[in-house]
Ligand binder design. Sequence first.
Ligand code: ZN
Length: 307
Amino acid sequence: MSIKRDRKLVLKEILHGDGPPYWRQGKANRPCQTSEEAAIERRKLVKVLRRHGKQDAMALSLAEKLNECRPLRRCASGACPECGRAAQRRFVGKADESARLHAVARYDNMMAVTIIPTAPDTSAVVRGSIRAAKYRVLRALHAAKINTFIGGVDVSYNETAPFIRRDDAADPSPRRSGRCAHVYVVIPQQAWFRAEALIRALFPRTPDVPRPIKADRFNGDLRAFAYCVKTTFDRRVTIPKHIGKEGRTVCRNTRDRDLLAWQKVELALHLDEVGLTSRWLLSGIPLMKPKPVSRSHPKSSNTSHPV
Ligand SMILES: [Zn+2]
């Protein structure tokens, strides 16, 4: 974990302000979170941790840490909505700047790819470890020789609602639920098309994860970078529309709901353990402007290592 890097980053108070970068977010296309909204979320989380984690010393300790987060005395916790927002703003601003520079210089198109690392077994998916998801995807990208990407790890709690049969009788199978960590990366289009078959083979479909990989053309919208390291999390309820002939489920739909209290406590502890910048995936695209090239030294290096 990079505690020093996280502390150094969130001490920059300008990142806690309400200046650019700006983006829209969510299905309602709302403006990005303000500093005031993030402060409210921090105070709400402190209350949840105190109320629903009162039997857990680690939850109470985290509540105190978040409660003490102040300007110039930032807690730098991966669970803190204010520090998380500052890290997100840093990531979005610099990723955009770097991606634009590289897009102009080397790439015409990029792809936005979501990966749920399913193989070799789904237990890791259900456990929802951010680190496990990150390093399994990093290994896959390395195996596929994709060396340039910007991304982050997101988490959701996924539930499958009981099946509703055509006669409206509820299916007796229990509702399944689990934390799921998934990786969102922006990749040069050429590299993705070259490696797509291998990546899909490494992360196959499972009964719980019918679409482990989604790939769309990246349109340069800042919300994509913001989504990589978002600070609000959902409970995603999958609703099978009905069961058709031979018992096959027909049509799936999803609804996003607020996390339950115990999920908020569990996830806050996990995010605190992981840290802020450890959720980032960066390779080949430096998060800074390249230095001006000297005439006497025409070659410059643009390589960087995965974070
Ligand atoms: Zn904080």
